[in-house]
Design a protein around this ligand. Structure first.
Ligand SMILES: C[S@@+](CC[C@H](N)C(=O)[O-])C[C@H]1O[C@@H](n2cnc3c(N)ncnc32)[C@H](O)[C@@H]1O
Length: 422
């Protein structure tokens, strides 16, 4: 019987039961069985259009059953809240019901923060089990076929490697993880399910150590610049899917790259907004503490919230094209001069330009304090330009990746609006 789980918050008693709404809106309860939860997750993914409506026809539903997520989630993990401002810990040893419930929700689970405790949100996450809906989207775009040779970047716990190995066959998947502790655990997790893809411990920035071409490359950490090693290892006709996160501090785009049969340039299309843990070696460390923007202050009627709302609707791609060095290091509501305000901080990836932008609702105006190149002006000018172009959405943009350059275009490949050296 189709059902909708009504829990949005975790239950806080050990023996709590899920309350479900049936088709007839009768309240019933159900025990915390894994099969029940997996079925319910699959239903949620179908409702959210992240799985096809006929699970029996979709290899991804079968893979979700063959590599169940609870085999890969460690005993202790952090469940972030939707806006990432908070979260809670699940611990299998303390509350297995609570743990299993979170494992089968469509949510990201943070599993490592460097050497720190997963509770310490001041330390950036370094590993996670990705959100099932995002994983399904990536796999749909990747379209791996049985027998395809696949390279995966960022094994983590091995969950997505398990899904892929189920599809393409064990020996056809090479998955690379930089953290040796994680790759050892991933191998164990996979082998307990009888799956044995090749798990390599190492830095995937240079590509696979194995000299061969791949039909598919599946990247599960954020990428600023697509490494040469990957583009040269994608065979003509091959597909690579990655979280493209070129601008520090901003959400990125799911990027699908295809290798044409006769050109050394890859063709890319943007397929949705996303955010992933950055690939190590490509995360930029911009010092923010102790910096002051004290050169010039000015007022504008532009609202930073408008700009942030436009980011996932095409403006983020446009901004990367026209101002590739601009980094948004903060964008959130906070107390400013004892009043609630929306505060943005901008930094430059190539010099020490810096800006703070404060939208103070009391004045219905925005104050910019800038030093250096006027990053606030650059941001708002780009926004006005994007509006004048008719607010183009992500489907109007495309990307070429050549041997030494990346070119972003609008509407047609000959209309380049920005280029970066690789
Ligand atoms: C979000 S997790 C991957 C999630 C995952 N595949 C899953 O099953 O849901 C990203 C992983 O990429 C790894 N990573 C980061 N930089 C890397 C690099 N340069 N080479 C290989 N792995 C890297 C991290 O250690 C982390 O475990």
């Amino acid at each position: 019987m189709p059902s909708l789980l009504t829990h949005d918050r975790r239950p806080n008693t050990k023996h709590s039961r899920y309350t479900t709404l049936t088709k007839d809106h009768m309240i019933v309860t159900s025990p915390h069985g894994r099969d029940y939860l997996l079925r319910d997750l699959i239903e949620t993914l179908i409702i959210n259009n992240e799985l096809s409506a006929r699970p029996s026809d979709d290899w991804r539903s079968q893979a979700l059953r063959a590599a169940p997520r609870d085999h890969f989630v460690p005993d202790r993990a952090w469940v972030p809240s939707r806006d990432l401002s908070g979260g809670y810990v699940i611990d299998h040893r303390i509350d297995p019901d609570d743990w299993l419930l979170a494992v089968y929700r469509d949510t990201l689970l943070v599993t490592k923060r460097g050497d720190g405790d997963i509770i310490d949100t001041s330390v950036p996450a370094t590993s996670a089990v990705s959100r099932p809906g995002v994983v399904m989207r990536f796999l749909e775009l990747l379209q791996p076929q049985p027998g395809d040779r696949v390279l995966e970047v960022g094994t983590a716990s091995g969950w997505t490697a398990g899904l892929l190995a189920h599809r393409v066959g064990d020996g056809n998947l090479i998955t690379i993880e930089i953290d040796p502790e994680l790759s050892t655990t991933a191998k164990q997790n996979l082998s307990k399910l009888g799956l044995a893809p090749i798990v390599v411990t190492g830095d995937a920035t240079m590509g696979s150590t194995v000299r061969e071409e791949f039909d598919r490359i599946h990247v599960t950490c954020g990428v600023r610049n697509v490494p040469q090693g990957w583009t040269s290892q994608l065979r003509p006709g091959g597909v690579m899917v990655l979280p493209w996160m070129p601008a520090h501090g901003q959400r990125g785009e799911i990027l699908k790259l295809q290798a044409p049969l006769i050109s050394p340039w890859l063709i890319g299309r943007f397929c949705g907004s996303t955010s992933f843990i950055m690939m190590s070696g490509q995360d930029v460390d911009i010092p923010t503490s102790g910096r002051r923007a004290d050169d010039e202050s000015s007022w504008t009627s532009m609202r930073p919230t408008q700009v942030m709302e436009a980011m996932p609707r095409g403006f983020g791609i446009f901004l990367t094209a026209v101002a590739p060095d601009l980094a948004i290091t903060k964008a959130k509501r906070e107390e400013h001069n004892d009043r609630a305000a929306f505060v943005m901080e901008l930094a430059s990836l190539r010099d020490d330009s810096y800006a703070t932008i404060v939208a103070d609702p009391a004045y219905d105006r925005t104050c910019m304090t800038q030093s250096g190149r006027g990053l606030g002006d650059i941001l708002f000018q780009a926004y006005r330009q994007w509006v004048r172009l008719g607010k183009p959405g992500r489907d109007r943009f495309g990307l070429w990746i050549g041997p030494d350059r990346e070119v972003i275009w609008l509407d047609r490949p000959s209309n380049a609006i920005g280029a970066r050296n690789r």
